[in-house]
Design a protein. Structure first.
Length: 109
């Protein structure tokens, strides 16, 4: 939190906006999760999921509800994290979302 009166960080503002607008949170996460396809750029998707988790209860609450230790969730949803499918599904479920599949634009022979 900033020491300047009335000033909040970008991250705090982002959390406030995501908490206030569920559709925005969904679109934000969908866009960021596309980065999970690229092994060199997975951080964006994991950090976005972390931000959504912070917006919908906080990491400690989400971890407890998902049956994951808080420390493990912090590590998993970091820039270098590598969540298991079980963890990813548990976190998504806890914040009221689910994983889905869409057809990729390119066609494979």
């Amino acid at each position: 939190m900033s020491k300047l009166k009335g000033v909040i960080s970008h991250h705090e503002r982002e959390i406030t906006e995501l908490r206030a607008d569920r559709d925005l949170a969904i679109e934000y996460l969908k866009a960021a999760m596309e980065s999970l396809d690229n092994p060199d750029d997975r951080a964006a998707g994991l950090l976005a999921l972390r931000t959504v988790a912070e917006a919908y209860g906080g990491l400690a609450v989400v971890a407890a509800e998902a049956g994951i230790s808080r420390e493990s969730l912090y590590r998993t949803l970091s820039a270098k994290g590598n969540p298991t499918l079980k963890t990813l599904l548990a976190v998504l479920k806890t914040v009221g979302l689910r994983l889905s599949v869409e057809q990729e634009n390119r066609v494979h022979a």
